[in-house]
Design a protein around this ligand. Sequence first.
Ligand SMILES: *Cc1c(COP(=O)(O)O)cnc(C)c1O
Length: 177
Amino acid sequence: IKGCSLLNSGTAAIHLALILLGVKEGDEVISSTFTYSATINPVRYQTAIPILIDSEKDTWNMSPELLEQAINDRIAKGKKPKAVILVHLYGMPSKMEELMNIAGKYEIPVIEDAAEAIGSTYKGKPLGSFGEMGIFSFNGNKIITTSGGGALVSNNPDYCKRATFLATQARDEAPHY
Ligand SMILES: *Cc1c(COP(=O)(O)O)cnc(C)c1O
């Protein structure tokens, strides 16, 4: 991971990730049926439309098979999804190899909701580091807590710089601040 933006919540991190990927009104964003509402709320803050995919039974996370079906269905109806938010619920890694291959095949960027999964790895690699961006939560009910807080991480440091900029009133570096 090459960049990190520290934020007030995991929800804000997801919201900023969607903004950075250009998700706006009427866009479709794929995520999981089995997650906390905070995964989906930011999709609606952008007035985008959530498309929710069922789980598979090994990990209880998003089914790769159903993901590909849904992408094909949306493309056939003339609307390619703008992003996929993968969730690692209860710290359990999603089937990353399969899911990332599918998202890659259709060139749809992945946001990893690793709010509950800090410290978890998939084939030795930390969760949150696979997607275009990953998010963590430091809320009171999470693995590491600051009472409230969140982070956006990415291998592209520009996303993190931009996220911090937007999260601090889009202030420029003028001395009067
Ligand atoms: C907690 C949680 C969030 C939101 O994090 P907050 O810091 O509470 O805003 C998002 N997604 C999942 C899966 C969560 O468990």
